[in-house]
Ligand binder design. Sequence first.
Ligand code: DPP
Ligand code: ZN
Length: 847
Amino acid sequence: DGTIRLADYRPYPFEVTQVALLFRLAPGATRVRARLDLVPRQPGAPLRLDGEELRLISAAIDGEALGGNDYLLTETGLTIHAAALPEAPFTLETEVEIAPEANTALEGLYMSKGMYCTQCEAEGFRKITFYPDRPDVMAPFQVRIEGDLPVLLSNGNPVAQGPGWAEWHDPWPKPAYLFALVAGDLVAHPGSFTTASGREVTLNIWVRPGDEDRCGFAMEALKRSMRWDETAYGREYDLDIFNIVAVDDFNMGAMENKGLNIFNSKWVLASPETATDSDFERIEAIIAHEYFHNWTGNRITCRDWFQLCLKEGLTVFRDQSFTAEMRLGPVKRIEDVILLRARQFREDQGPLAHPPRPDHYKEINNFYTVTVYEKGAEIVGMLKRLVGDAGYRAALDLYFDRHDGQACTIEDWLKVFEDASGRDLAQFKHWYVEAGTPRLRVSEDWAEERLTLTFEQSTPPSPGQMEKAPRHIPIAVGLLSPNGDEVVPTTVLEMTEARQSFCFEGLATRPVASILRDFSAPVILERAQNGAERAFLLAHDTDPFNRWEAGNALARACLMEMAEGAGPDGAYLDALGPVLADAALDPAFRALCLRLPSEDELAQALHAAGKIPDPDAIHAARAALMRAIAQRHEAALSEIYAAMAVPGPYQPDAEPAGRRALRLAALALLSKLDGGARARALFAEAQNMTESFGALSALIALGAAEAETAAFRTRWQGDRLVMDKWFMAQLAYCPPGLAAGLARDLAEDPLFDWKNPNRFRALMGGLSANHAGFHDRSGAGYQFYADWLIRLDPVNPQTAARMSTAFETWRRFDPGRQALVRDELDRIAATTGLSRDLSEMVQRLRG
Ligand code: DPP
Ligand code: ZN
């Protein structure tokens, strides 16, 4: 049935020692000539090459054209029979024709606004030429590009160029998924970097004319990333040149092609007028992420796509550590955990749950998930916590030493940690191969100056995995005395059993335990704790994560009760007071303390508590709590709003960004009382996108943004990235009852260019982010969404499939909503000619 299984992995029977490619570019008919030097490794094996949507012009071995009986050509590839192959090393030459202009799937070689570009991960290279398109086949590439365009780029170092042609050579053996080609009328924002060992590297960010003044921040972020990888990991850059290209039509965020990173323009281009603080932070993180792949992904790559989290989990962990050092570490950690819980825990609890290393798939593009990326990063973080900082560095040094130039597995990765630390990680491996978020229940016992913490763990079943073994869980714990002093500093308890107790002896008075500090493991901690204890931790915990967590737990508990009819919890409102007033606390941290759990997270929590979440009641509860906070703390919030204004020219750094975040959090609350007066004033005077967009969002949430929405459109209609925000925000933040109707209207807007993935994601993602709007009991949100998935699928299956995850929570809801979603999923499934991508997703979603 098209399922690919890890158990079926076999090494490729040929070695590719050299690849030479010649491109003759033309929008409707590009010719690609490929010369592969091959060494047979298994006598008698046929030569099987992947290839899709290629028109074969010719094929020859050692200069001799192949005859019709020598090979088999199918929809998915070219197989040259063993009888037609020499036993000694040989050369295969092929020529094919492709049509980049007709490529709307944005996979392989395609065109974006007159520019040629490529996206080959995971399996796009097979749409460029016949090739063993698998990551364990690594070879040096030589590329010649011929085309009537001023800028012609590929991987590696430039060899030679003239008018209408350029040659590139990449000396580092690489898998085909890291191949890239860009050709167009581009301008460079230049830079340079001197490596620790004194080599000069030329840097360029290539953009379309007009965008060159929005590259400065990304360029500086690149230099910081290059330096950080040298100091934190001892890794230097290894080519003479590093190019980044910004592309408007792109399915993903960015791509780490060797020496030629290709970025969604959204994650490169930034100016104070057009990008928000969080855009700047994301840009720095993504620049770093792709750069860090040069070692974790490119020099050491994956043996097969089941091992995707080998490179992605590790590289996300690296970019998170980088951002934590560039900005505020504790704030970054809290933001990462918010994302993990909102998206990965959600995935783990639904029909799409899968292990960080899956063992089967139909379409690998469907596995570029929060589980592979974010949970993969958490697992690396746990390893680091278990072996310590020095142990981690030793393990990574060994990893680079032992595996440079290889295509590796999770087993190789764990073995490096075992060898460097002397630990047995057999049980730890469950984190990689089993799905599901463990529940960790804790109980406390106090007697004779001894505190005993007893933990019980269990992991619920997930698709295809009914029984789960106990995990090896690092639990960071600290103890506080009743006056807030730390009596036992952070200690890592290692849980390996289903049930396990840990004792702390010799304590004069009963302490308050701070458990799972820094979120030391991606688990759901179940702890019977009263509001007073949580308020104590919110006021006193010395671990910033747990301090925030205590407030978050209070807010969540309060909102869950409000969703079932209770009023706001006075104890929670009281507990916020000292946090708001504490000027010693970082503004960014205080902003996070004011951020209530999302509606989707509340639905997740209610479902986990055995209830049926009601999206309308959750929305109403959240709005009511915002109003109650505003009423209770109006004076303090007004003071914050005034005090946190940032004078002078905009700087994207963490400090002013934190002040703006706190100010906007206060604004969102105060808007519930002032009818939007402050937000309207801020919108009118804002000099940067952070404030302008924050004010607009607050007004949209009030349902009172008509004039501002129109003004924003008039001002920014020529700016594609800003207009994405305009589409998204109106839907994400509007009163839920309006969402589906507004989505229909916006889809009629002439600026809704639905074939552009950013624009499609802005509109559909905006709708699905409006929890109560998307889940409107009429089913209008579901129906609209499904209509568009069906429409997009034949054009861009990858993006259609990825967006289908909006439906992954459907089993949480009442039978009425479930029936509506099931109907839509059935309707999608019944569509003729559905892509492999979307049909796999719908099949899994239906469960
Ligand atoms: N490998 C890419 C990344 O995560 C996928 N877009 O950076
Ligand atoms: Zn990545």
